[in-house]
Each structure stands twice: as structure tokens, then as C-alpha cells.
Design a protein around this ligand. Sequence first.
Ligand SMILES: Cc1ncc(COP(=O)(O)O)c(C=O)c1O
Length: 480
Amino acid sequence: MDINFSSGQPPENLLGYDIVQDATKALFSKERVLGGNSSPPLAYGDNYEYFSRRIGSLLETECDRQNVNHTLIVPIAGVSNGLDLLCTMLCRNLTKKGIAFVEDYTYFLSISLFEDHGLHVLSLPTDHDGILIEEFRVILENLKEDEEKLPLLLYCIPTFHNPTGRTMSQTRRIQLLDLTQQYSVNVIADEVYQFLGFTDYLPETLIANPKPVSQVTMQSYYPSFASLSPAYSHVMSISSFSKILGPGLRVGWIEFSSPQLKQMFEGLGVIRSGSSICHFASYVSVTSILCPEDFPPEQNQDLSPLQCSQFFRDICPFRRHLHALRTTLAMKYSALLSSLQKYRFKYLSPFGSPYEFLIEGHPSPSSTDPGPSFPVVGGYFLWIYLPEWIGDDLKSHETDCKVHLTSTRLLEIGRSEPYFLNFMLGATCQQSESGVPPRCRKINQTQTRDAVRMCFAKLEIEELEEGGRRFCQLLRDLQP
Ligand SMILES: Cc1ncc(COP(=O)(O)O)c(C=O)c1O
């Protein structure tokens, strides 16, 4: 049986078919009040207030926010479409070659999307907490004198990152926004996994101390980038229903941090001509989430914000669905992690040798790298740094370890008998050209290692357990 860790798609049995069916019926019912001047579902979507208000409500309930300014929220046909539209918007009237900065490992399909718009993509170094601020500052300083290039945008995935699973710390978020504001670089934060936090759903044994406060992590702990402070006007948070309801809907949203950016977006030819890019599907998607306005006022009156969010979680089919999704993802994550840890110990001990592989967020007992203070866990991926004897010749120079096998060869062998295992190489998620001059690059234990991405979302528990075992067996069989 093939075990495919490579595909980053949602599990088929957790797509929200029933919810979408009921929402479509409800949307057409005579009683449904859209509010404001909202355009009817089958008309052109000139006015999508109904959509924006309900996304605002979702962000308040799930992200523990208050008074979300819904007038800064617009519909898009998924994150991919939103990225494309934002590039069109930002690249208009450019007189220099625009630079798009990405994290050193990033969503692999974003790179070609930026290149389609003629942008020059440069990668930025990161650690467990996110982008390294001082290194980024050096790059921006160097580019100040460049007459041909313009640092145009930064694309980052701050929460439950694809492919590394990391979540950027709050301090780093603020530092990043300060720096980009100072150098006039637009920030596009891809928050497609933001509702998929499940630290609190994990068995105690898998979480390091101190454990985060449960109430907060039950929800999506980090509010969107665009809402961090009204002081920033250069930020766009982009998210979608792809990972929480179904990617076939092709519905998402952008939350702008300033009305100016939103106006620029609405000035795009494609929006002026066709209005909302996915009007009907966007209405169906937001009808699937119950909101305070769906209830008679007397039912909501005496509830505190926390009670309110609990109330909606209990009675709303969409929120029950989200809860089931997080619980399932947590179980799958635990199954894969436990299997890798168990068989690593069985097949590949001792720890601390070049034979050891490392798991992001879970430093090995022998490691001097403290890692994050606790892993905030969520999303779809486990990120694994391969043993030091796998890699290219360059690595042999940077470490004392002799390279024995390339990671491409590891994958080739892994795909064949008796392993039948597929995973994504870290190199697939990398833009080879780095923004940092080589002499400034920091080398730490994990930065020199090749890595692989394993997606646990789609596979069944037994497949994850068996996949972890096969991966350790593959490494044991090939180790020099
Ligand atoms: C980081 C990231 N951004 C965007 C997407 C695609 O999102 P959408 O389906 O909303 O276009 C994915 C899907 O895997 C993703 O991982």
C-alpha cells in the first residue's frame, strides 16, 4: 500500500457537504435578510456587505477579536486568486523590477505565482520564531541604493506555516511590521491555516511545558496580521474556506489594514467589470456559519463575549464541524509524531549522532537548541530535518559530517519497494536565490540540514503509524 505524505489537501470525509447543502437552501429562503444594500445572491455582487459582516463575525468568534471593521474585508475566489489579484494591484505602474520576499521555506506554489507577475523572488532566513529581523534589515538597506529594483512586498505564512508548521511569535510579528513599514514594503500574510490550531486537543505527553492557556488556544490564538494595530496601513491578511469547509467552493477573503488599500483593490479592472469575484459561492459559504444576527436579539443579550462564542460553538453546525476537524487533525498529528518518535528510538538510536533526524517544534533530548518555549501546534504539516549524512556536497563543507546520499535519492528509494512512501522534499518549497549575502548567513544545527514535509491531514491513523515506521526503516536501511 502506498503512503502519500506529499499531498497537502483536506481529508475527503471532512469536507462540509451537509453544511453547504443546508446553507444553499437557507440562502434562498424568503426569510433570509441580507442586510444593508447587499446584492441578491444571483445578481452581480456590487455590494457584498452581507459577506463582509459575516466574515467579521467569524473572526470575532474564532479569533477572540472585538469590533472587527467589516468594511475592510473583501471576497476573493480563494487565497490563490487573492494573491494573484494583489500582485496585479501592487505591480500596476511599477517603474522598477519589483521584489517579492518570501520565507526561506514557503508555500511552494506561491513562487511561480509571483514570477507570473514579473516579480523577482528572494528568500529570507528564518528561525523557529519566524523571519530574522536584522538579516532582513541588512537586505533592505542594501537595496536602498539599487536603481533597478524595488522591494515591493513580503509574503509570509505566520500561523501554522506551510511547510514548517511554525507559528511566528507575537514579538516577531510586531518587529516585522515595524520594519516593513519603515521601508515601505507591503505585507501579505497568508492565514489559510489560522483556524486550525489544536494544541489543546493533544495528549499531555506530546506538549512541552509551559502549556498555553487553554481558552485562548481552543480558538485561533493569533488574530490576523492586518488587525495587529491601527498604526500599520500596509498589511493584507488573506484567508479562505479551503481548509475549513472545502476548497471546491473557491471562496476566501482579504482583510486590509487601511481603506486606501481596499480602494486600490476595488479599482482593479476585473472587480470594476464583474464586481465580487465569487458572489454566489461567497454568500453560500458565509450562510454556513451562524452569526449573532441569525438569532432574535433577546437570545444574545445577556451573553459575555466568551459565553457568546461558546454558545455558537455548541449550536452551530459549522462550529461543530470545525471542532471535529481540529480533533481529527490533532489525533492524526499525534499518531504520526508518536510513530516517528517510537521507531526513531527503536531503529536509529543513539540520539545526538549524525544519524538522528529532528522534528520541528520537538527538539531531540540531546539537542542544545532549546526550540520554541512550547509548540503551538496546528495546520497540516510535520517538518523533519534529515540526518546529517543526507544532502549535497556543499553541506559536507559546512559540517564535519560526510554526505552519503542526496535527499532526491532518498525520495526515489522511498517511493519504491518495499517502502512505497512519498513525501515532499524541503527543496521543493524553496526559492534558491536568497536575499542574504552568503557571508551574513547564520548557520545553526537545523539550517544546514535538508528537510522534508509530511502532510498528516489526508491519511488515516493506521497509515500515519505505518508511514512513520517505514520512514524510520528507510533511514535505517540507508544509513552508512
Ligand atoms: C499556504 C497556503 N496558501 C494557499 C493555499 C491555497 O489556498 P486556496 O485554496 O484558498 O487558494 C494553500 C493550499 O495548500 C496553502 O497551503
